[in-house]
Each structure stands twice: as C-alpha cells, then as structure tokens.
Design a protein around this ligand. Structure first.
Ligand SMILES: [Zn+2]
Length: 156
C-alpha cells in the first residue's frame, strides 16, 4: 500500500522518498494473525524497511510528508494498531498478563530480565504461566479487525 511521498532529507536524499506499508492478515487455526512491514525508498534506493512505525510517526509529527495517499488520522490509527497488534499470533504473555505486559512496555520496560522481576509476570496468578516461555495467540478485537479490513480494502 502506497502511503505517500515525503521529504528525503532525513535519509540524506535530495528528492522525495516513497513510503509503503504492507499489511497482512493471515488466517491461522486460532484466528487472524497480523503482520505489518513498511519501507521507505527512492527508485532503487532503500532507506528503511521493516518495523518503521516510529520513523513514520516522527515524519508525520515533523511535517515531512509532501503528499499523503491515506487520511492522516487513518495512518495514525494504523501506526497505533501496528505497535499493539503486529504478530499477535506470537506474544510472550498469557491472556491474564496482557494488560500488565503492555503497561510495562509503555514504560519502556521491554527486557526479559526486567519483566520477569515483576511477580505476576514470573508466575501468572491465574494460570501459573511464566512470561516468555512460549508464544501465545492474542485475539485482535473485532472493531480493530473490521477497521483494518476496511482500510486495506479502501487503499489496495
Ligand atoms: Zn495466565
């Protein structure tokens, strides 16, 4: 999906760069699995690719987009969904630890060694699961799933 053109300065590029995002919703035995990757290119030059949502967010904030092909508010919503639901089929927390895990992530606590110091992460009070010992599937909320499908259909 083509997101738009932006100034190339931050990438050391004189002209415009193109920003693309690929959103994949793959059916799994548990439900849809979301994967999002982006890339920033000019011609055959690649400046950034993969998990570039922070770069895109910063470009938006600093007014570096010359022309957006999707509404700005939709792009902002997509970036938030990207942060929260990318690879929802492989999360390291059990369903009971999800809220606490995201509270920690938002505080910048993302290292396993730090997370596991939190008692409810070391041992879930409900099911006894130890954070990080397997991958779980976390269902995407229906309203977010519906929004994503509409967004993909509208822009592909
Ligand atoms: Zn649990």
């Amino acid at each position: 999906m083509f997101i738009g053109w932006a100034k190339g300065e931050r990438f050391g590029c004189d002209g415009k760069v193109q920003v693309h995002v690929e959103i994949e919703l793959k059916d799994t035995e548990h439900g849809p699995a979301l994967s999002i990757v982006g890339d920033i290119t000019r011609g055959r030059g690649w400046f950034e690719c993969g998990q570039i949502q922070d770069t895109i967010r910063d470009m938006l904030k600093k007014g570096e987009f010359i022309k957006l092909k999707v509404p700005r508010e939709d792009l902002e919503k997509l970036l938030d969904i990207w942060d929260r639901w990318h690879l929802n089929n492989a999360v390291p927390y059990c369903p009971h630890q999800a809220a606490k895990a995201w509270e920690l992530y938002r505080q910048g606590i993302t290292d396993y060694d730090d997370i596991i110091k939190v008692p409810e992460m070391a041992k879930c009070p409900v099911c006894g699961y130890r954070y990080g010992s397997k991958w779980w599937y976390e269902p995407i909320p229906p309203d977010i799933l519906a929004w994503l499908k509409d967004f993909i259909a509208a822009h592909s």
